[in-house]
Design a protein around this ligand. Structure first.
Ligand SMILES: [Ca+2]
Length: 500
């Protein structure tokens, strides 16, 4: 459980020195911090409002393998900045997202609600993205913090709809720099012609609602933008959703990072993944060093997580080589590898460093936690709960009696150490049926205990069924790989059949 912390100033000093040293070693001079008119020398008072409210930063990685970061044992390339961020606060070891897939997971985080309650069960696929997206009657974390007086921005991936009504600036974000769909290439060329309609919507990066012509590396450009947004002098705190698309496909190898990938890694796809991971880690280091240098780090509440698990090496699971060991399964599955993610909470002014929180929590909790920290009203119709009471105690209590998932035919419920799960591979026509695992003893979900504990399995199934009563039919169907016929109602009653 919680580790007795050293004096906070110790970690502040270590973290700052480490961040500065790493920033120098990793070539921060390659992209110096921008200086804007009227800013002058960074002030330690910048972005602090009279009420002392924190800035709020959510750093989301995309399809990050659970085991690929140093703090979880990854060693193929170092991730010193992600690791330092974990150590600067609380590493949550049983943290989940509400879906094993990009768009529904993000819809859950953004609203604080199980996305199956409002039909956002699957990705809005490219052909339909012009009309589909986060349902317009839902409010986002940006809406809540904007209403409380925060400046709000989204940088990077949106994936919550393409239409003007679904645009981030229609959903609570004052500023937007990034792309609207589910993926994007990383190496940008000014001569490229923007085009929409492919899986990666190449070269469609927007500032606000205007397409940009850009050259560079998207991970770096998104970090430049984050630094710009958090450098703007203001008497109001800010909320930034820093939504990196690394380490999602395409697995492009950046020329400026390739020399840091070990020669021992021969597989080109894996080399591409590690290139994306190096770029992500460098960027997080640069952003955190900026917050430190501008006096904002202490009173910035930072969440770091991935939107779902690594995609492994299964081509039908958006192959990215991400490694989730010791967890079983990958992106797209309700096994632990799809839904349990790296998750850290760092707020040096309020939370102890070098600690862990081991009870189950879910990304739905970010919205109410941020609202409580900001003194903002917490919406009363959400499923997430504020984690502050747990994270600020030395003996935290469980925040949720149970957590539940539905993703097409796949289902799961976690209660204490036990998990009941019905999962499938995208290449299988049937799901597993209900299986029961004790995650404390069996984190790899290797030993199905359903036959040993039929009453427990039946009770958990009943609780999942009760939870499911509050869900609705999907507002649109997923692709036939993620949403196969076995989970669908008869075709004649299906209002939104999948596009061919
Ligand atoms: Ca994802």
């Amino acid at each position: 459980m919680a580790i007795t912390p050293r004096p906070r100033y110790f970690y502040r000093s270590v973290t700052f020195c480490f961040a500065v040293a790493c920033a120098i070693l990793c070539g921060v001079e390659r992209a110096p911090l921008p200086v804007f008119a009227g800013q002058g020398v960074p002030s330690t008072e910048k972005s602090r409002d009279e009420k002392g409210r924190p800035n709020i930063l959510v750093i989301m990685a995309d399809d990050l393998g659970y085991a690929d970061i140093g703090v979880h044992g990854g060693c193929e390339v170092p991730t010193p900045h992600i690791d330092a961020l974990a150590k600067s606060g609380i590493r949550c070891t049983n943290a989940y997202v509400s879906a094993p897939y990009c768009s529904p997971s993000r819809a859950g985080f953004l609203t604080g609600k199980y996305q199956t309650r409002f039909g956002h069960e699957f990705n809005p696929h490219v052909g339909d993205e012009a009309k589909l997206g986060l349902p317009l009657d839902q409010k986002t974390i940006a809406d809540a913090l904007k209403a409380a007086g925060y400046r709000t921005a989204l940088v990077g991936k949106w994936h919550q709809g393409f239409s003007p009504e679904h645009h981030p600036q229609s959903r609570g974000f004052d500023e937007f720099f990034g792309f609207l769909v589910g993926g994007h290439n990383f190496l940008l060329h000014k001569e490229a012609v923007p085009r929409f309609g492919t899986a990666h919507s190449h070269d469609m990066i927007y500032r606000g609602r205007d397409v940009q012509t850009l050259e560079g590396y998207t991970t770096d450009l998104f970090t430049d933008e984050a630094i710009r947004f958090t450098s703007t002098s203001a008497d109001r705190p800010w909320f930034l959703f820093q939504s990196f698309n690394a380490v999602h496909t395409p697995l492009e190898i950046a020329p400026h990072l390739e020399s840091r990938i070990p020669d021992s890694v021969k597989d080109r796809a894996r080399r591409g993944y590690l290139s994306l991971l190096l770029g992500l880690d460098d960027s997080i280091g640069r952003l955190l060093a900026h917050l430190e240098a501008t006096g904002q780090r202490q009173n910035t509440l930072i969440f770091f997580l991935s939107d779902n698990g690594g995609a492994g090496r299964k081509p039908y699971l958006a192959f990215n080589t991400g490694v989730n060991t010791p967890l079983r399964g990958d992106k797209g599955q309700t096994l632990e590898g799809g839904i349990r993610v790296p998750f850290f909470v760092s707020w040096p002014a309020r939370l102890a460093a070098e600690t862990t929180y081991d009870h189950p929590l879910i990304a739905l909790d970010i919205l109410p936690t941020a609202c409580e920290a900001a003194g903002a009203a917490i919406p009363d119709d959400i499923d997430g709960v504020s984690l502050l009471p747990q994270l600020t105690k030395t003996e935290p209590d469980p925040s949720h009696p149970s957590l539940c998932w539905r993703f097409g035919p796949q289902k799961a419920i976690r209660q204490g150490d036990w998990k009941l799960v019905d999962w499938r591979d995208f290449n299988q026509s049937t799901s597993s049926g209900w299986e029961l695992y004790n995650l404390r003893e069996d984190i790899g979900e290797a030993h199905n205990r359903a036959m040993e504990h039929p009453e427990l399995a039946a009770r958990l199934r009943g609780e999942w069924e009760s939870w499911n009563q509050r869900n609705v039919e999907p507002a649109w169907r997923g692709s036939k790989t993620e949403d196969p016929p076995l989970s669908r109602p008869p075709e004649s009653t299906d209002p939104l059949p999948t596009k061919p």
